[in-house]
Design a protein around this ligand. Structure first.
Ligand SMILES: Cc1ncc(CO)c(N)n1
Length: 217
């Protein structure tokens, strides 16, 4: 079995919990309170900027030239989406620009950057994979279950269910499979652990927006 098949299988219990989250259900039927969406977009803007940095670090550390190219493109993609958030979503949904990074965003972005900088590069590739794969999977489920009524979050839904994103996601999955094949069993296990950790953080990122979580001080 491919590394990606095993890892996707292992995170199924968390993935089902993600699909059941109020944030995802309400995004799907358009009933998500605006305040939660605003919080989410503000945090996602900070997230994407740092996700882009982590991807660039991985590009710099990749062993194969084709992977330098892929991860440089992924980094560009993350920053392009971040810019798009500012150009359209921030204006359209009346979102304030200066944001204090939430505890979960802080943890997730620092986890990705330190993994990209210090861990084996194959482990770093596995750590960023849920950011692609979970979003594609969840984006498709939301897209296919949208209510016919006008959904105020339609534009967001289209970002992650589109074909353009799918190409990048498949590339990220295939890269992980190719590099995993060069790893020992113990190293592949560390890749699984990184994929699992980032999947949990994806859950927490949405949970944090649902609860508008803040620092205690
Ligand atoms: C938290 C998070 N994970 C993944 C993506 C998609 O790249 C995103 N925009 N935000």
């Amino acid at each position: 079995m491919k590394w990606s098949e095993t890892t996707w299988r292992r995170i199924q219990p968390i993935y089902s919990k993600i699909l059941d989250m109020p944030f995802i259900k309400q995004l799907t039927d358009g009933s998500l309170p605006l305040e939660q969406f605003q919080y989410y977009i503000r945090q996602d803007s900070a997230y994407l900027e740092n996700f882009g940095r982590a991807l660039s670090l991985i590009a710099a550390r990749a062993h194969e030239v084709e992977d330098i190219l892929s991860f440089s493109r992924f980094a560009e993609g993350a920053i392009v989406v971040e810019n798009a958030l500012h150009e359209s979503f921030f204006k359209e949904y009346n979102i304030e620009k200066n944001t204090e990074i939430s505890p979960v965003t802080h943890h997730y972005t620092h986890y990705l950057k330190s993994t990209a900088a210090l861990d084996q590069v194959e482990v770093a590739m596995a750590a960023v994979l849920p950011c692609f794969w979970i979003y594609k999977a969840v984006g498709d489920v939301i897209y296919n279950n949208q209510s016919d009524l006008e959904n105020p979050y339609k534009k967001w839904i289209e970002t992650y269910s589109g074909e353009e994103f799918e190409i990048l996601v498949n590339q990220a999955i295939n890269t992980c499979d190719r590099v995993a094949a060069t790893c020992t069993t113990a190293q592949q296990e560390r890749m699984h652990e990184a994929f699992l950790a980032a999947t949990k953080l994806e859950f927490m990122f949405w949970d944090s927006a649902s609860n508008l979580r803040k620092w205690p001080f």
